[in-house]
Design a protein around this ligand. Sequence first.
Ligand code: F6R
Length: 611
Amino acid sequence: MCGIVGYIGTQEAQSILINGLQRLEYRGYDSAGVAIIGDDGLQIKKTKGKVHDLESTIEGAPLQGSVGIGHTRWATHGPPNDVNAHPHDSTGSTFALVHNGIIENYNAIRKKLAEKGYTFQSDTDTEVLVRLIEDVRRATDLPLEEAVRQALTQVVGTYGIAVVSEEDPDLLIAARKGSPLILGIGDGEYFIGSDAAPLVEHTRQVVYLSDGEMVTVRRSGYTVRTIDNVELEKEVHELEWDLSEIQKGGYDHFMLKEIMEQPTALEDCMRGRVLPDQQQITLGGLHQVIDDLRDADRIIIAACGTSWHSGLVGEYLIESMARIPVEVEYASEFRYRNPVLRKGDVVLVISQSGETADTLAAVREARRRGIPCIGICNVVGSTIARETDAGVYLHAGPEIGVASTKAFTAQVTVLTMLALKLAEGRTLSTAEMAHNLQALAAVPDKVREVLAMDEEIEDMANVYRYAANFLYLGRGYNFPVALEGALKLKEISYIHAEGYPAAEMKHGPIALIDRFMPVVFIAMKDSTYDKVVSNIEEVAARDGSVIAITDEGNGELDDLCEYVLRIPKTEEFLTPLLTAIPLQLLSYHIAVMRGCHVDQPRNLAKSVTVE
Ligand code: F6R
């Protein structure tokens, strides 16, 4: 969702804020703005469009000053335009505020404030919060930080906010509830960011604000207190990110860079955890809960989007290896449908960002009902990572491309390790364990081989780039990969695509088959291969145009398919780690050929922190 950046120190704020917004642009990109306090007071520049449009508006007339805030927007209330862009300023323009989240009771507050004579220029809930702060000040004459705090006690909903004021140029205020914020600590200077991306080139020392906390920052230091006004001592953490990890590194797009990073991401994910020589899996973060997990009557996996797809692979893995019943839930449904949760259940949430509002809500629901909750996250220190009882990090490195790629394969890798760990000494013999661990450790090199097929996949993309619809079909472990392939294509190329279990085709989707609709089959030589081949025959018989992904050396499908991609053989349970990759590359190349903005697809944003 929206990205927030803030700075207070001795350097000129403008370039730090603009640079920070560029790093945060993957969170939202329909408008952008900055507010800086200079010698002449509060200056605001904001515009519909991307951060480079904002840069153009300030070119030639830089904003001077060493304290400021910036925002890149993903619209919730009101269309993307200059007026709705943040920052929003107070009447008389003395202070300015940026906001990520949704003020749910904004209509009621707006009505009351309008009755008192306040006027509103924008359609946003954010401007209502600004007027509310003004109103608190007018009534009480409190310092700004106190007025902000009191105003926040009156709002319902979610917020990450940052505020600066010309009345106090040595003040930067930030607060959060439901929308992440991090404070970066420099030498006589401080930074605020929605995540670590805008901070990493300035400092590694960070404080993660928790929900209901507010930080008042001055050049001389900072104070964190709760919205209820209790002062807190916060732990300072060390950031693990490297600047190079959040740069494109010579690639045209972050998405391609992250696809290509998968061999190393998976190696990092397995490092010190997959120990084939000792026939062991070590998952340090689960040490204290592993027995509860092994003894669980049921594991409920909750996640959204791509993470939900990896959860489905997890269901197949855990059930078949460890024989523990697993259910996979959309996190957004889980919390509202009053799920049956019993003693003996364990909830496992999966989230790349660790900030997805629906997944976080599932964590809170499970914990509220006394159910242990385990997290699989990529972003270290993220809210879900901090609020779960235990967990496993992906260690896949930052994922900036809005379409999730390396996080998917790393999530599946963690779930594979978890399934093996749960099966260890119970359902798998030592010999089977040794064999499986060897096979898992060999996956990154096989991923390298699949990535080497990039040109072949690009040629194929050229043939199918004009298709209006795609169908993706797979069975068993590769049914979730079919769903993921369809999601990747639709989100970045805007082509309608659907994923199905291959055998379901006969129950409806077969009606769609004609020669204009490419059907992508994942047809690995596994336990369901023969059945999948029958499904391919059914499509071919109806003049459908089939693309198949199968094992190297398999020539049996050549007569039935327009394209056959042959990828290295591996164990059946590991195939999703390989089959997902050609589908990522196919989507990527089709989107590029169609002129789509691959890293910032329309209407989407990384890290969905609103419901
Ligand atoms: C798809 C995609 C989204 C996310 C979903 C969950 O490419 O990126 O579907 O997977 O929004 O996000 P996380 O994993 O951060 O909870």
